[in-house]
Design a protein around this ligand. Structure first.
Ligand SMILES: [Ca+2]
Ligand SMILES: [Ca+2]
Length: 224
């Protein structure tokens, strides 16, 4: 039997069977791009390497924002967000969200300034991970409906029956609510920022206690 030669797609490994049937092997030019994932879960929403505004659904989303200083809104559902490189603003929305800030970024001003991530968990027992320690990452409660009791040593922020958890010292700053908050700092370099009403903050040994009363948000204290 004469086997007719066949042109094969460039880059494709192929087998020529005795019957003349060509079978493209897996891999090479035909391999599908790997599915973006956040902590081993396939992404349902994927950003670019530029500045994106990504908005989730009312249900559970897995959002991979990639690089760029993004704004990410999980909305309803128990969302999982990997914000990627950049100084990102991540709003969990309702639900029990897991929010990962990823690497921070630097703004090449004079002098250069590192820009961290901002986490606004919303209702639900959320989890924040600020990633590496280049810049200060902020847990922002200025819109919270209830006072917060934050303990940066324990990595917890309680508010209105919810308890948010902060990964292993990766959140260095807390923005207080409009209520009578209490913020207990850790031995890290914390910034404790007052909200719209009296904020009482006491910090750990070797740190400075601060009491801020203000009508507008302001930097209350920085401890080292
Ligand atoms: Ca959602
Ligand atoms: Ca939430």
């Amino acid at each position: 039997m004469k086997i007719r030669s066949m042109a094969l797609p460039l880059g494709a490994a192929a087998l020529l069977t005795p019957t003349g049937l060509t079978v493209a092997a897996t891999g090479g030019a035909f391999a599908a791009d790997p599915q973006p994932a956040c902590h081993a879960e396939g992404a349902t929403i994927v950003g670019t390497d530029h500045r994106d505004h990504l908005v989730g659904t009312a249900g559970r989303d897995v959002i991979v924002a990639n690089a760029g200083s993004d704004v990410i809104e999980g909305k309803g559902g128990n969302d999982l967000v990997c914000a990627g490189k950049g100084g990102d603003k991540i709003l969990g929305g309702t639900g029990k969200d897991r929010l990962f800030g990823g690497a921070d970024t630097v703004r090449w001003d004079e002098p250069p300034e590192w820009i961290g991530d901002t986490f606004i968990g919303g209702p639900g027992n959320d989890y924040f991970d600020g990633g590496e320690f280049e810049a200060k990452d902020i847990a922002d409660y200025k819109g919270a409906d209830f006072r917060i009791v934050a303990d940066l040593r324990a990595g917890t922020v309680k508010s209105g029956g919810d308890t948010d958890r902060l990964a292993n010292g990766s959140i260095e700053s807390v923005m207080g609510s409009a209520h009578n908050d209490r913020v207990l700092g850790s031995h890290e370099n914390n910034s404790l920022t007052g909200g719209l009403a009296t904020t009482t903050s006491s910090v750990a040994a070797a740190a400075t206690a601060c009491l801020a009363t203000s009508s507008t948000p302001r930097r209350a204290a920085t401890t080292r």
